[in-house]
Design a protein. Structure first.
Length: 112
């Protein structure tokens, strides 16, 4: 995807999505536990076996891929955010993600 964008003069950003099954990524409370049924969902069983996020790689032209790991974005958020047993969040959660995406794009603009 990065090479395709780069070949067409498009800036590519890669963000690793948050997931409630990543250890320490979200304090569970206030009813959030009802979605976090690790014993009964495929997502809950698979997430602990996923490898850690790979570091950014260089493109064919030697440029680094713009990569941000968002798995810990909710680590200090006490209110419920996840709305299902997979990985979907409520409007508040998407607002936090969007703010971080914007912050990363703006900081990248400043470096150009």
């Amino acid at each position: 995807m990065h090479r395709l964008c780069e070949a067409n003069g498009i800036r590519y950003y890669h963000f690793l999505q948050p997931n409630q099954y990543v250890k320490g990524s979200k304090p569970m409370g206030d009813g959030s536990e009802r979605w976090r049924s690790e014993k009964t969902t495929r997502t809950g069983r698979a997430a602990p076996r996923l490898p850690p996020a790979a570091p950014p790689r260089r493109s064919a032209r030697g440029r680094r891929v713009r990569f941000t790991d968002l798995t810990m974005i909710f680590s200090d958020v006490r209110r419920p955010i996840y709305i299902d047993d997979c990985c979907h969040v409520d409007r508040f959660g998407y607002g936090l993600i969007a703010a971080e995406l914007g912050r990363m794009a703006r900081s990248d603009e400043a470096l150009q």
